[in-house]
Write a protein that binds this ligand. Structure first.
Ligand SMILES: C[S@@+](CC[C@H](N)C(=O)[O-])C[C@H]1O[C@@H](n2cnc3c(N)ncnc32)[C@H](O)[C@@H]1O
Length: 322
């Protein structure tokens, strides 16, 4: 069901979080630093089994037309551009689209043909059957009409084209324990009459956050099957479990975690700061009860037509829907 949330409030929140997380990093960015940061980002994604490397065949995306919906500060798009993909980066927040474009500009020839624009996932300014791949990480659960955005992604994909989309997972520790039990019930936010999950998620950055996140949703596997009913070959796997997200106790754990495992510079482009390295236990728990669904599916071809050669990697971590 679409939620009554004004898009201006969505933009306002993501603009404020951009200023808080990335503005200083982007201000000082040089081509050399960006290229190093893209390598670090790829390394971090490999460590985590993130869909950007596990579900996208980076060595095969050269020359492919890729749409990134909600490109944010542009880290993922820059990584795909480095591998020769021709990227359209679309983000509803002007400063984020501009940050993505600035990264393409710094990359110069390495990002030839890539372009970022301010655009709404629910009304994409592209003709149908345009893209080989649609990629979107942690975006479509923050738009009022998620179903419409998923249908838009299908519309602009070429027949046989692939979608790689991350949405939050309801069948997760983070939802049931950290959010629903600790924030929703014990702190009483569940009864606030607004989208309480939005208010409770996406906090971060260097500034004190004063603008509220109007909307966050999360999904069960069954709900995803309905949302992606128009696609074929749906594959779901879970990832991303962090002890440090447990309210109160998590802060203590985070200090220990950083001392014990260290931090990874790959976080700079996507979190504005180094990423605290996860323990092997967290990586394992992520596959069972993680907060992210890594979703992969393709647009059906017309009867009698054959599929383009499937260049997407079968992920080592891929499993069936849970
Ligand atoms: C959590 S951030 C993710 C950014 C990026 N994908 C990443 O993983 O670093 C969510 C992004 O979605 C964008 N967004 C939210 N609603 C959108 C919509 N309806 N259309 C396009 N972008 C949207 C926000 O502006 C923000 O950049």
């Amino acid at each position: 069901m679409p939620e009554k949330v004004a898009k201006k409030d969505v933009r306002k929140f993501w603009k404020s979080l951009y200023d808080s997380l990335y503005e200083d990093v982007d201000r000082d960015m040089t081509r050399e630093r960006l290229l190093d940061s893209i390598d670090d980002l790829e390394d971090m994604f490999r460590l985590r089994g993130h869909m950007a490397v596990a579900d996208m065949a980076l060595s095969e995306i050269g020359g492919k037309l890729v749409l990134e919906i909600g490109s944010g500060a542009g880290g993922h798009s820059a990584l795909f551009a480095k591998y020769g993909a021709v990227i359209a980066g679309a983000d509803i927040t002007f400063d984020r689209a501009r940050a993505t474009q600035a990264k393409f500009d710094l990359m110069g020839d390495l990002a030839a043909g890539c372009q970022a624009m301010q655009s709404d996932a629910e009304n994409l300014p592209f003709a149908e059957n345009t893209f080989d791949i649609v990629y979107s990480n942690g975006v479509l659960h923050h738009t009022p009409d998620t179903k419409r955005a998923i249908d838009e992604a299908l519309r602009v994909l070429k027949p046989g084209g692939r979608a790689a989309i991350m949405l939050y997972c309801k069948s997760s520790w983070h939802y049931w324990i950290n959010m629903l039990l600790c924030v929703g019930l014990l702190r009483g936010k569940l009864f606030s009459g607004v989208n309480w999950l939005g208010r409770a998620t996406e906090w971060g950055g260097k500034n004190i956050q004063s603008v509220e996140n109007p909307i966050t949703r999360c999904y069960t596997a069954g709900e995803l099957r309905k949302l992606f009913a128009g696609y074929e070959g749906l594959r779901l796997r879970k990832g991303d479990f962090y002890f440090y997200l447990i309210p109160k106790l998590g802060r203590l754990y985070r200090r220990w975690q950083i001392r014990h495992y260290g931090v990874h510079p790959g976080g700079i482009l996507v979190y504005g700061e180094p990423w605290p390295i996860q323990s092997p236990l967290e990586l394992w728990l992520g596959r069972i009860m993680g907060w992210s669904w890594f979703i992969s599916a393709r647009k059906p071809v017309a009867p009698g037509q054959s599929y383009p050669e499937d260049k997407f990697q079968r992920s080592r971590h891929s499993g069936s829907a849970q």
